[in-house]
Design a protein around this ligand. Structure first.
Ligand code: TH1
Length: 839
């Protein structure tokens, strides 16, 4: 009601709303203020965690100021915005990142140290926000960082799960899962918007009527409903005032429904309804690259997409534009098929509620959405059974059938008399019961479809979307190679290397323009520089050795070659092949004379990653790794020549320790199975070499850094089909070295061999679908090349520097710019700093 106020009141507000200054004294005061008021504590009863809470609250105040300024200025400018719909945002910790991005890390560290705390310990007290499974969720987080940094008007939309990805502990060598109740202590990185509450319906029936013009109208009458409550997570850009938003929805029971049962005296039913409602955003599904097909997951997807669209449309309506302008104001990116229902929901709202014609509505829908595909694995393709879907979303099912009918009619027109084609392209799979193919729906409802690395984008055009390319033409299918944020994955995770790079290049522009790293290339021949470079790698290895000591109780030498594979445990990623090679290496060392052993390159082999709780074979791989570790690590005949560790509970903050500490890391998926991979980029950016197959983004990394700086092995994607055919129908003998390893397991060298029978069967009975045997010899050879190259430490350092120097392409800034220019058609808009409070 600013308009009604007298001038003095307006001025008073303006004066008092100015931000606090960021000098040491003001910051310390703000920390202590939070200690003594918000936390109700005093200096004598503080610990690291309460210090973290106070620093976090003080940081949050500054974040909120920027958030307010940004959102206020954007509301006025009302530019086209992009909405990134992702069921997963794997943010990790926020405090260190927020302070670095806002340029306040130095002054906060100084302030904290003077108050008697160690900044690193304070930072380590924060729990991870782990609302994601792996690469897909972390990609969303990196993209939000880049969008904010590049001043793009962008919002993320997701779910606020009470439980993130489970915590993993190893008991007797086996993975056991513990709930990740991350909200136990208040989460300072979110702003609850309890006033933003949106009703979301489920079930019920569709009422069909004729309007006054004789047009058939459909009205969905849901049987029950829940409320969506907004929680906003501010995302500050690096070196800009801009601060974007991720809006996460939480489900709550609807008051009316709640009260009806209650007033009818049915207390138990009302509590039951409330519990059902809250269950929707209770837990993240822990499957990476597999589809669970559970009703609750479908409820999550609808709840989230409906709330997000309601919010987006409400914002659009404020501008009083025509609906036909919607695609000029709104771009919606679908992160995999998980949010595909948004396509159907927008069509429903435009036709049923806004009374647009089907064709006008569909034109708006298809100009609004774009779809990113992240996998070709058949077990990951989302399909929903028609009966279950009809029960939950009857009107949406009708709309899907109509979308499909009109689509297939056009296909028939273009390619007449091809029943096979219509069956293959249909959104509905004719199975018992019928299934809705979400990927087909996403393609039909979007104007652009992209894969996440060059090879993957080619593959989807040749395989799962082949018919769609014939129908729509090539232009609809594009590539957007993934990227990672150099702020978190180099500047924050590897502060010493970051400082050396800035010192060497003479400025820190590389943090916003990663291709500047090229400037390091000319330092390769400088022995003094190489010494500094190598010293930093060693410090990072010491830091990891300490983590390994704490988490695994194994002592490893930082002078050994650190060989790392950390990622979700999945057969296609072939951790099994890695541990089989480790056994081979162990057996080789055991067979050596003392003189021979003297020339063996000592190695520490590090594994980490979670298996989906229901993925039996993946869990057996973890057990095998731990059994091998137990035998190898205590074998005096091996000593420091070989150590094996499984680091439990791998997550974003553990990755920040592990990634800077690798000499070599493993990205060894069967060619054609890993869509991109993003940890490969993180390791190489930090000067780690990689051993990998010609798969995903490895291929583009090879192109950038050159074949002398990467260890490539294994079959190619276009050889896989023939190799599989040969495995299946001719009796191809197992690789002899692999045979030796399997025999050792079967003799009981690593715990009871019966345990591993199902795992070993995947190579024989399962016909080695992931081609471990076919690739084994070249994998051994590649590992020998690694050992040989590491012997020459000066040459290795040169390779390491060249790696970092040539990784500019893999910044998420580059990726996000490509999306903005070629898919979303949005422009940056910079936020003006409205100034600080005058002392
Ligand atoms: C991953 C891909 O496996 C990986 O190659 C890629 O780098 C990453 O996405 C980012 O593009 C995927 N994660 C999921 C998770 C779910 C379903 C499918 C995929 S694909 C739940």
């Amino acid at each position: 009601e600013k308009a009604k106020w007298p001038k003095e009141t307006v001025q008073l507000w303006e004066q008092l709303s100015k931000k606090e200054a960021n000098d040491l004294h003001t910051i310390q005061k703000s920390i202590v203020h939070h200690v003594t008021t918000t936390l109700a504590r005093a200096a004598y009863n503080m610990d690291n965690f309460s210090a973290y809470q106070a620093v976090a609250l003080s940081t949050r105040d500054r974040l909120i100021s920027r958030w307010n300024e940004t959102q206020g200025q954007l509301s006025k400018a009302d530019p086209k915005r992009v909405y990134y719909l992702s069921l997963e945002f794997l943010l990790g910790r926020s405090m260190d990142n927020a302070l670095l991005n806002m340029g306040l890390k130095g002054v906060y560290s100084q302030g904290v140290e003077q108050l008697g705390f160690n900044m690193e310990d304070v930072i380590e007290s924060e729990v991870d926000a782990a609302l994601g499974n792996g690469g897909l969720g972390r990609l969303a987080a990196c993209y939000m960082d880049s969008l904010a940094t590049l001043d793009y008007p962008a919002w993320g939309y997701g779910l606020r799960y009470n439980y993130g990805i489970f915590q993993q502990r190893i008991v007797d060598g086996y993975q056991t899962e513990y709930p990740d109740y991350w909200l136990n202590f208040d989460n300072p990185w979110e702003l609850p918007r309890l006033d933003i509450s949106i009703p979301i319906g489920f079930g019920g029936h569709v009422q069909t009527t004729q309007d006054e013009y004789g047009v058939t109208r459909h009205n969905w009458i849901p049987a029950n409903s829940v409320q969506a409550i907004a929680y906003d997570v501010p995302i500050p850009g690096y070196g800009t005032e801009n601060c974007n938003n991720i809006r996460l929805w939480r489900s709550k029971p609807t008051r009316v429904f709640d009260l009806t049962s209650f007033n009818e005296g049915n207390y138990e039913k009302s509590v039951e309804d409330a519990t059902q409602a809250e269950k929707i955003t209770s837990v993240l599904y822990p499957n990476d690259n597999t589809m669970a097909g559970k009703e609750l997951r479908l409820k999550q997807q609808y709840f989230w997409t409906a709330a997000s669209l309601y919010d987006i449309m409400r914002r659009f309506k404020k501008s009083m534009r025509e609906w036909s302008d919607f695609p000029d104001q709104v771009a919606i990116q679908l992160n995999d098929t998980h949010p595909t229902l948004a396509i159907v929901e927008l069509q429903r709202l435009l036709v049923d509620e806004e009374m647009l014609s089907w064709d006008d509505a569909w034109d708006i829908v298809t100009r609004t959405f774009a779809f990113t595909n992240h996998t070709v694995l058949p077990e990951a393709m989302e399909k929903w059974s028609v009966p279950m879907f009809e029960y939950l979303l009857p009107r949406h099912l009708q709309i899907i059938f109509d979308i499909n009918l009109f689509f297939l009619q056009k296909v028939e027109k273009k390619f007449p008399n091809d029943r096979g084609l219509l069956n293959r392209m249909s959104i509905i799979e004719e199975a018992q019961p019928q299934q809705i193919r979400m990927a087909h729906l996403a393609v039909v409802g979007s104007h652009k479809v992209n894969g996440v690395a060059a090879l993957h984008s080619d593959l989807i055009k040749k395989t799962i979307f082949h018919d769609f390319v014939d129908y729509y033409g090539e232009e609809k299918f594009v590539n957007k190679t993934n990227g990672i944020t150099p702020r978190r994955w180099l500047h924050q995770a590897n502060p010493q290397l970051s400082a050396l790079i800035t010192e060497t290049l003479g400025n820190d522009r590389w943090l916003k323009e990663l291709s500047q790293l090229r400037g390091l290339d000319k330092k390769v021949e400088n022995a003094e520089f190489r010494k500094k470079w190598t010293a930093i790698k060693r410090l990072n290895k010491v830091r990891l050795a300490e983590l390994i000591k704490t988490r695994c109780d194994v002592e490893v030498s930082p002078d050994a070659l650190f060989d790392i594979q950390v990622k979700r445990i999945h057969e296609y990623k072939r951790q099994f092949m890695n541990i089989l090679y480790v056994i081979h290496r162990y057996r080789t060392i055991k067979s050596m004379t003392a003189a021979q052993k003297a020339s063996v390159q000592p190695r520490v082999v590090v594994f980490g990653g979670k298996a989906a709780p229901g993925y039996y074979i993946a869990k057996l791989v973890i057990k095998l790794i731990n059994s091998v570790a137990a035998v190898v690590n205590q074998d005096p005949a091996v000593g420091d020549l070989l150590k094996v560790v499984f680091v439990p509970d791998y997550n974003v903050s553990v990755a920040e320790i592990i990634v800077p500490a690798s000499d070599i890391s493993q990205h060894i998926s069967t060619a054609g199975t890993e869509a991109s991979g993003t940890s490969n980029m993180k390791f190489v950016l930090n000067g780690g070499l990689i051993i990998g197959t010609m798969d995903g983004a490895n291929i583009e990394i090879l192109e950038e850094i050159g074949e002398d700086n990467i260890f490539i092995f294994g079959c190619l994607a276009d050889e896989v089909e023939d190799l599989r055919h040969a495995q299946r129908y001719r009796n191809v003998p197992m690789d002899p070295a692999l045979q030796g390893v399997i025999s050792a397991i079967e003799r009981g060298t690593f715990d009871d061999p019966k345990i591993y029978q199902p795992l070993i069967s995947t190579l024989t009975v399962g016909k080695d679908f992931y081609l471990i045997s076919a690739d084994f010899a070249s994998y051994i050879a590649a590992n020998q090349q690694v050992d040989a190259a590491y012997k020459d430490q000066e040459e290795w350092a040169k390779k390491s520097i060249r790696c970092t120097a040539n990784m500019g392409k893999f910044s998420s800034d580059r990726a996000v710019k490509e999306y903005a220019d070629q898919i979303w058609n949005i422009k940056p808009i910079s936020v003006v700093d409205e100034g600080y409070l005058q002392a």
